[in-house]
Ligand binder design. Structure first.
Ligand code: SAH
Length: 222
């Protein structure tokens, strides 16, 4: 929060947010506790900081957004992350989702196409003493072949279709959550959960969502 925001105001906001998430159906105690412990205000800058514990998405640098806490909680819960797992995230953004995952698994690998965002996220991980996140600039649609396979993959930008390269980097029995733009466009997106099984791939549609698009290639920055 900004220096003027008193600590008990932050704490109060946080308590209300967690109660709200429970009411909205988030049950997993590990997930709720991770959201309680990661200071979302540290992932937001400027005037938006005071809204850190309101349940909505907020703008970050480079025209991107930090996801709504409910969506972070929901996706994390649906991902069923275990403490020994290796998780790949596409779309580091502010680093918030990665920081939540880092509390729940062995190591998070995260890819962002904007160098500026990645640099800021890395600074936050360091300040918060989070040591189990490995991050790089790149095109997330290509995944991270050198580190594959992954137990879990989470994509936090909307893909035109389930990215095949990512499915290939999922372990057998692994899960991936990805927002997929509905055919025909008009901004509609569905959260999809993919399970890689011995026989192939199981696909399940979860919620309608709204994410910034997954864009090809590394961003050109001045
Ligand atoms: N998980 C983030 C939310 C980020 S919004 C958080 O917790 O704050 C989605 C992010 O995906 C944006 O930062 C955007 O730049 C990034 N992105 C979009 N297309 C990408 C791609 N092909 N590879 C890597 N990152 C991408």
């Amino acid at each position: 929060m900004s220096d003027e925001t008193p600590m008990d105001e932050i704490e109060q906001g946080k308590i209300e947010l967690i109660m709200g998430l429970r009411r909205q159906g988030i049950r997993d105690k590990r997930v709720l506790s991770a959201l309680e412990r990661v200071p979302r205000e540290k992932f937001i800058s400027g005037t938006f900081r005071k809204q850190a514990y309101e349940n909505h998405a907020l703008p970050i640098e480079c025209g991107q957004t930090i996801s709504q806490p409910y969506i972070v909680a929901y996706m994390t819960e649906q991902l069923q992350v275990g403490e020994r797992m290796k998780v790949l995230e596409i779309g580091t953004g502010s680093g918030y989702q990665a920081a939540v995952l880092a509390r729940l698994c062995r190591r998070v690998y995260t890819i962002e196409r904007y160098r500026t965002l990645l640099k800021d996220a890395l600074k936050r991980f360091e300040e918060l003493n989070i040591n189990n996140i490995t991050a790089k600039v790149g095109d997330g649609a290509q995944g991270w072949p050198e580190q594959a396979p992954f137990d879990r993959i989470i994509v936090t930008a909307a893909a035109p279709a389930v990215p095949q390269k990512l499915v290939e980097q999922l372990k057998e029995g692994g899960l991936m959550i990805v927002p997929v733009a509905a055919s025909g466009g008009r901004g509609e997106q569905k959260l999809v959960r993919i399970e890689r099984t011995g026989e192939g791939v199981k696909r399940e549609e979860l919620l309608p969502v709204r994410f910034v698009p997954l864009v090809e290639g590394v961003a050109k920055e001045s």
